[in-house]
Design a protein around this ligand. Structure first.
Ligand SMILES: Cc1ncc(C[n+]2csc(CCOP(=O)(O)OP(=O)(O)O)c2C)c(N)n1
Ligand code: SF4
Length: 300
């Protein structure tokens, strides 16, 4: 995001809340919560300088468990509400938080339009490859063959590839991390916050209740860091990003897959948002009494 506010020195205490989480013991969402807090601290963003927007789902409850501006919306609407918050107040760092169902299922229509508009927000998608909150139905990212209550013989559909989808839809920052490595996840989230334009951060997440097979040991064996495997990987090259995203060897590359700093953000192209170089909420409506009466009459 274009960070317009001064950096603030904050600590983990500043983000602490009394809210008791309803997450299952061992849920990967705990690691993601810690990563979000660390990323904000390291980016110098205080609780009053960020707006966290959750959809509906286990992971979407994250804004409830962190002391900061937060808003919980309808299932699948984190994208659109986050873009609305951002357009109204470009001074806040806006972060949408969804599960794979919220983001890639019901909310996918909104998601891709934020990507192609290069809306200057971060969208964190906690991907546990299952619908956790509603008790374990298969999701758009579940592997083909995944057995659940709604797919007793195994899902017959092919899973969405979040990374290739994001690159092709126009996301200008595409990163991936894993809930069992909150330090790495925090680094990627911080980079996403500092990126100007739309940033997708997919965080692979363990769900010990409904996706027991993909536990921490499994992820440790199945994930690798892009730069460790290929120090010359060029994240500014879209073709490299596609090649890596589509590589089908059963392993998950982690790190920054794609980073485009050249495309203007949506905000930069809307004159009203640039006017007086101040956030829309600070603009005067300049609605005089007679004009207001005229406007009212036109509606009756
Ligand atoms: C319009 C609408 N449809 C369906 C639901 C039921 N629902 C709530 S959460 C959810 C899916 C949650 O899965 P995901 O987004 O992957 O998050 P997780 O719980 O796994 O973190 C569904 C289908 C709803 N709340 N609203
Ligand atoms: S159902 Fe899964 S995602 Fe939801 S809180 Fe439990 S472990 Fe976490």
């Amino acid at each position: 995001m274009v960070i317009t506010q001064e950096k603030t020195q904050v600590t983990v205490k500043d983000f602490k809340t009394d809210q008791k989480s309803t997450w299952c013991p061992g849920c990967g969402d705990f690691g993601i919560l810690s990563a979000v807090q660390t990323a904000l601290i390291n980016a110098g963003i205080a609780p009053w300088q960020v707006m966290l927007v959750g959809g509906i789902g286990c992971g979407s409850k994250l804004p409830d468990y962190i002391r900061a501006n937060g808003y919980m919306t309808l299932h699948g609407r984190a994208s659109s509400i986050a873009s609305g918050f951002h357009l109204a107040n470009t001074d806040l760092v806006t972060i949408a938080i969804s599960g794979d169902g919220d983001g890639f299922g019901i909310g996918i229509g909104h998601l891709v339009h934020n990507m192609r508009r290069n809306m200057d927000i971060v969208h964190i998608i906690e991907n546990n490859e299952v619908y956790g909150l509603t008790k374990g139905q298969y999701s758009p990212t579940s592997k083909r063959g995944f057995k659940t209550s709604t797919s007793p013989e195994g899902a017959i559909e092919f899973a969405i590839n979040p990374l290739s989808l994001a690159v092709s839809a126009g996301a200008t920052f595409v990163g991936r991390s894993y809930s069992g490595d909150p330090k790495h996840a925090a680094e990627i989230i911080k980079l996403a916050i500092e990126h100007k334009g739309y940033a997708l951060v997919e965080i692979l997440q363990t769900c010990p209740t409904y996706n027991k097979g993909q536990n921490n040991d499994w992820y440790k064996a199945q994930t690798y860091k892009i730069k460790e495997e290929n120090p010359n990987y060029d994240e500014t090259n879209m073709l490299h990003a596609f090649e890596l995203a589509l590589k089908d060897d059963g392993r998950y590359p982690m790190g920054v897959l794609y980073h485009n700093t050249e495309r203007p953000s949506y905000t930069e192209q809307v004159p009203a948002l640039q006017q007086n170089k101040t956030a829309l909420i600070n603009h005067s409506l300049e609605l005089k009494a007679d004009l207001f009466e005229q406007l009212k009459k036109s509606y009756v």
